[in-house]
Ligand binder design. Structure first.
Ligand SMILES: [Zn+2]
Ligand SMILES: [Zn+2]
Length: 113
């Protein structure tokens, strides 16, 4: 907990830069197309709140190349996602990694809606 990656100055600077870039690109809705549990099989497309954080639709930065695969807090490795999508990144990372090697069963644990 004390070593949280998201608490570092480096992360915060990267977060600010990534969100700023996304706003400049005119990204107003979550572009996530991953297999997140809350929008499986569809685009997320929720309106992104760049002002208020910690809301389900708050804009948050995502690592394009996951940290687990060597992705860093660089200008090229940030993409915006809504908070709900960002919070399922752990799952997605595992999913992405597995997908390149073998077929992943689509049945997942998680709250059904
Ligand atoms: Zn989303
Ligand atoms: Zn998503």
């Amino acid at each position: 907990m004390a070593t949280s990656r998201t608490g570092t100055a480096k992360y915060k600077a990267w977060r600010t830069r990534t969100l700023h870039a996304a706003q400049q690109q005119g990204i107003t809705h979550c572009p996530c197309k991953a297999n997140c549990t809350h929008h499986a099989g569809r685009r997320c497309n929720v309106w992104l709140d760049y002002v208020v954080s910690r809301r389900p639709n708050s804009a948050e930065p995502d690592h394009i190349v996951p940290h687990a695969l060597g992705g860093r807090e660089t200008r090229d490795n940030g993409a915006v996602l809504c908070r709900r999508c960002n919070q399922s990144v752990g799952d997605k990372t595992t999913n992405r990694q597995r997908r390149t090697k073998q077929t992943v069963p689509t049945i997942r644990f998680g709250r059904a809606t």
